[in-house]
Write a protein that binds this ligand. Structure first.
Ligand code: SF4
Length: 210
């Protein structure tokens, strides 16, 4: 969601991570999407007066070259938000440089020592470079972490809050609840919830959601 906008979500197939808690396994592992960009543009053409924004989500939308689609969205005057895990800085930069996106929701998956456990890849530093880039250019974005208490505990969350505060993030930090489904990629459960009282709230504005 972009604050204040009425949006639709375009779910993109494929992902460069395999997060244990991910419940979009049908999208992550899909090889063929159900709609083409032309189908979606056609859909949007008749809803220009109802919608004001389009969210590019997935899977990981930056697995695809989003520019041609975004150029069309911009011609139609839509705001565009990108949901991303932040691993593909090259594609994110291309979109920003061409002014094709207006807002980003960036996932902070885990602490350095747990990044691979949670996501299947040791890409903490790659992610951090994207985070620093967005802060440096003052791009409008929000940070969010999905928490399964068996994967990330209060100490881990506080470590993330301290890291992002220290590198200059000053927007809201969202803590999202793990959603257990029959299809979480890591086939995981959760034996207890985080204790919200133990989460640091003195550095950033913290919001718990979902
Ligand atoms: S939760 Fe992880 S695996 Fe699922 S779509 Fe997002 S980045 Fe990919």
């Amino acid at each position: 969601m972009i604050p204040g906008e009425i949006s639709c979500v375009v779910w993109h197939i494929s992902c460069n991570l395999k997060c244990k808690y991910c419940y979009n396994d049908n999208i992550v592992f899909s090889e063929h999407g159900e709609y083409s960009y032309l189908d979606i543009l056609d859909f949007l053409k008749y809803r220009k007066d109802l919608l004001t924004a389009v969210v590019l989500s997935g899977g990981e939308a930056t697995m695809h070259d989003l520019r041609p689609f975004c150029r069309e969205l911009k011609k139609m005057k839509f705001k565009v938000k990108l949901d991303t895990n932040g691993l593909n800085l090259k594609r994110i930069k291309e979109l920003i440089d061409e002014k094709l996106i207006d807002f980003i929701s960036l996932d902070f998956k885990a602490t350095r020592d747990k990044f691979k456990i949670v996501t299947s890849k040791n890409s903490y530093d790659t992610f951090l470079n994207t985070l620093k880039y967005l802060i440096n250019i003052k791009f409008p974005f929000e940070l969010r972490t999905t928490v399964n208490r068996d994967l990330l505990d209060e100490k881990d969350i506080n470590n993330i809050i301290e890291v992002v505060f220290c590198i200059g993030y000053n927007n809201i930090f969202y803590i999202q609840k793990f959603l257990q489904t029959e299809s979480n990629i890591g086939n995981i459960t959760q034996t207890k919830f985080i204790n919200e009282d133990l989460i640091r709230k003195d550095l950033l504005k913290i919001e718990f959601r979902n």
